[in-house]
Design a protein around this ligand. Structure first.
Ligand SMILES: Nc1ncnc2c1ncn2[C@@H]1O[C@H](COP(=O)(O)OP(=O)(O)O)[C@@H](O)[C@H]1O
Ligand code: SF4
Ligand SMILES: [Mg+2]
Length: 407
């Protein structure tokens, strides 16, 4: 039995501006001790997925509108509030981007750590204090006995995040969810804190969900990656496999937009163009279609399910042999993955159907301009062009360069 099994999770926000379709049927599992990365641009539903798992969605707007979250076989979504609180304190811990949101500014670290430990374990105050010192030492806080007396604001950002890790691990949780834990820290401190997180979770066999918008961060930290886009998982694979064979146009775009340590000569970094879709619209078709150079007609109306990259055999959901799956009607070939754009002679990204133009005109101005051009009858020449001047995030190079691709 998986430690965590999230099944078809749907989360929406009911706001004055309408319904936000934040998470649109997310399914994944996690084994004991497994480290999973959850990656995607800001706003794609990473935090909301995890807040739903631990039932901490902002109320009353945030609602779980479908699915199940089994933790050790028990559905967390049907538990009473106090039962969930118990699990949250002891079996599942969470670290957020800004530790100040989780630490109480008017209590010393000692008061907070001792209180946390005593709330869940029957130990004396002295023993809890000794444990707190041990934990602070473990996360690399110098002179821990003295530092226990400090208030949160007396620590630097990096040290505060170390305190949070110590507090999260104080109760030896089975699952730790770290939501952009190092985003607010400067780069060298980021590396140290991540290293610490990896070390400690590995040592204590704590399962980890590491949320980040930065693929570079998960590379060395996780064993498996879910790539999220617009509230969907669009690609999932063991980490090494994902980096070796990224297969969804969005993942391809993401990988071309981060520095690769394994490539000489510093390949040019190309940010993904365009913006994620407006989550106020109910998803129809593939959510990546407006930004995707590989799209075919079906992409506009039919959202593909996650399917194994190579058919055959049972789907493995967890572990190093997890099945590489993508949600895509027209996956890039390996050559196109390297090139970052479609290379099939004569292939043109399918223009949006006429009935969608109105809807898409809600999109950023530049998309609208492109669409207007299209409507005015501008002919798309043969070769890799898209409505959006971006191929899975990669701008189409000018004509002479394109001819060198062995078309
Ligand atoms: N409290 C809220 N009220 C309304 N919408 C929200 C709220 N929190 C998040 N959302 C929306 O839900 C979607 C997913 O957000 P989130 O999970 O925070 O993204 P991220 O991947 O950056 O963590 C976004 O469109 C965001 O605007
Ligand atoms: S090819 Fe189609 S299904 Fe695949 S990512 Fe592009 S738009 Fe989505
Ligand atoms: Mg977030």
């Amino acid at each position: 039995m998986a430690l965590l099994s999230v099944q078809d999770l749907v989360v929406r926000f009911r706001t004055h501006e309408g319904t936000i379709h934040a998470v649109n049927g997310v399914t994944f599992e996690l084994e004991e001790g497994e480290r999973l990365g959850l990656v995607g641009e800001s706003g794609c539903g990473k935090s909301v997925t995890n807040l739903a798992i631990i039932r901490l969605l902002p109320k009353p707007a945030g609602r779980i509108e479908g699915g199940r979250v089994l933790f050790e076989g028990q559905d967390l979504l049907v538990l009473r509030e106090d039962e969930v609180r118990d699990i949250r304190g002891s079996d599942i811990a969470m670290i957020f981007q800004d530790p100040m949101t989780s630490l109480n500014p008017v209590l010393t670290i000692q008061e907070q750590m001792v209180e946390t430990i005593q709330a869940h374990r029957k130990v004396s105050k002295e023993d809890a204090r000794a444990r707190a010192i041990e934990l602070l030492a473990m996360v690399g806080i110098p002179n821990p006995a003295a530092r226990l007396k400090s208030f949160p604001h007396q620590f630097s950002g990096g040290m505060r995040q170390r305190v949070m890790i110590a507090m999260a691990l104080a109760l030896a949780p089975k699952l730790l969810i770290a939501d952009e834990p190092t985003t607010a820290l400067d780069v060298t401190i980021q590396a140290q804190v991540l290293e610490l997180l990896a070390q400690l979770t590995t040592k204590s066999s704590t399962a980890l969900i590491l949320i980040t918008h930065d693929l570079g961060v998960v590379a060395g930290m996780t064993q498996r990656i879910n790539v999220m886009y617009a509230g969907f998982i669009v690609e999932t694979a063991p980490t090494a496999e994902l980096f070796a064979r990224p297969s969804h146009p969005y993942s391809v775009g993401l990988l071309h937009s981060i520095p690769r340590l394994d490539e000489e000569g510093g390949e040019e970094l190309i940010p993904i163009e365009g913006r994620p879709p407006d989550m106020r619209r109910a998803p129809t078709g593939c959510p990546f279609a407006p930004r995707c150079a590989w799209r075919v007609e079906a992409c506009w109306t039919n959202n593909p399910e996650l399917r194994p990259l190579t058919e055959g055999g049972p789907v493995v959901m967890t572990g190093p042999k997890a099945t590489h799956r993508i949600a895509c009607h027209n996956p890039p070939t390996p050559n196109e993955v390297r090139g970052g754009r479609p290379l099939r002679a004569g292939f043109t990204a399918a223009p949006p159907p006429a009935e969608m133009l109105d809807e898409l005109s809600l999109a950023p101005a530049e998309v609208t301009a492109d669409l207007k051009g299209l409507m005015a009858g501008i002919q798309v020449e043969e070769g890799p062009l898209s409505v959006y001047p971006s191929a899975g995030g990669l701008p189409i190079p000018p004509e002479p360069e394109r001819r060198n691709d062995g078309l």
